[in-house]
Design a binder for this molecule. Structure first.
Ligand code: TXA
Ligand code: MG
Length: 346
């Protein structure tokens, strides 16, 4: 059992002492949880297989699920990727630093444990000032998955990280709440056409505007077919899931409220995951995640709400469906996994 220290810094007035503590721990092969613009990451020196192994142990993460390598500037691309296609340079120019991860053919420099034995590596340059400062100070590429226990919702605050990893890691840097709230968009450039494996803060529409043609992996909105190989190993695991059963409901607010009323009348202990201001209409217990029609606010609030769902004491929580375009596709993708693909249409 480790003693977990939490050091706080304001992202707009960075405390250099906090950054130095983080970089010293990383250089010594330890784990540090850091804020990024998407979710908190659990970082280790990506070039040190022994340090990276600690990530899998602390999270209870399956060994076959590869990690994203975080770099400080686009020059890191050619250090970690064996080939840097024109499309990668265009995407880096348009969206880095920011919530976009590119999958490219990896170099020998990246240990096999980082990529879970795959010939490719996932690369991202985060825009969060604290994450950027830590990578700069460490002078290393950092492997970092989301800083949650495997299977639970990704952490969007230092308190979420502490709830999951207290005693399992030595240091958490608290830089406040994450601005995007869902993980980065993952796009692979290893095939003939760029393909979105995980939707996120950078939308398919934005990618298409830079690249022309893009594909969206069917596993973004559909369960993986039995026996099929996941393009992104992370997509095959149940994710973001509270213990309470989650069911996504397609329909109007009035239809949603009527469904909850009838289920409660039939004796089901159910709760609502709705949008702000809808609680009174849909009846309590209810929990809101963001504003109706505003996918960015839903993205910021979803994981915090999923962490709070079990405390409602319901058997089933019925969730309002987010819009499925733009950042809404990422919100829908995470909610689908939390719901183990259970949906009803009214
Ligand atoms: O926003 C984010 O991406 C956050 C922050 C901390 O940067 N990180 C994050 O990491 O969400 P993680 O490990 O929770 O999710 C990484 C996803 C997984 O679904 C994994 O399977 C996929 O990226 N991935 C990583 N390397 C890959 C590779 N070489 N090929 C295909 N998928 C890969
Ligand atoms: Mg994760």
């Amino acid at each position: 059992m480790l003693t977990t220290t939490v050091l706080k810094t304001d992202p707009s007035h960075i405390d250099e002492k906090v950054i130095l503590s983080a970089s010293a721990a990383l250089k010594a092969g330890e784990l540090v949880a850091i804020p990024t613009e998407t979710v908190y990451g659990l970082a280790a020196n990506a070039l040190d297989a022994h340090a990276v192994e600690k990530i899998f142990i602390a999270k209870g993460r399956p060994q076959d699920n590869p990690l994203i390598v975080h770099i400080a500037d686009p020059a890191g691309l050619s250090l970690c990727a064996a080939e840097v296609p024109e499309s990668a340079l265009r995407l880096a120019k348009a969206f880095w630093p920011g919530p976009l991860t590119m999958i490219l053919k990896k170099t020998e420099r990246i240990p096999g444990i980082v990529s879970a034995g795959l010939p490719s590596v996932a690369l991202r340059m985060p825009s969060h000032p604290v994450a950027a400062a830590v990578i700069h100070a460490a002078g290393l590429p950092l492997a970092a998955p989301s800083a949650n226990l495997s299977g639970s919702p990704s952490p969007t605050s230092a308190a979420h990280v502490f709830d999951d990893l207290n005693g399992r890691i030595g240091l958490i840097i608290d830089g406040g709440d994450c601005g995007v709230g869902v993980e980065s968009t993952v796009v692979t450039l290893c095939g003939d056409t760029p393909r979105v494996l995980r939707p996120g803060g950078i939308t398919p529409e934005q990618l298409a505007a830079v690249l022309g043609g893009i594909e969206i992996d069917p596993a973004v909105t559909k369960p993986l077919a039995k026996g099929a190989r996941a393009a992104s190993p992370g997509m095959k695991y149940r994710h973001y899931a509270p213990r309470t059963r989650v069911v996504i409901v397609h329909g109007s607010l009035a239809e949603f409220a009527a469904l909850l009323k009838s289920r409660r009348a039939s004796g089901e202990r159910c709760a609502a995951l709705c949008f702000e201001g809808e609680e009174a209409l849909v009846g309590r217990p209810a929990l809101a995640y963001g504003i109706a029609g505003d996918a960015a606010s839903q993205a910021r609030k979803l994981f915090g709400a999923l962490r709070a769902v079990d405390a409602l004491g319901a058997e089933t929580v019925y969730a309002r469906c987010p819009p499925r375009e733009g950042v809404g596709l990422a919100v829908y993708n995470r909610l689908l996994r939390a719901a183990a693909f259970q949906e009803i249409a009214l």
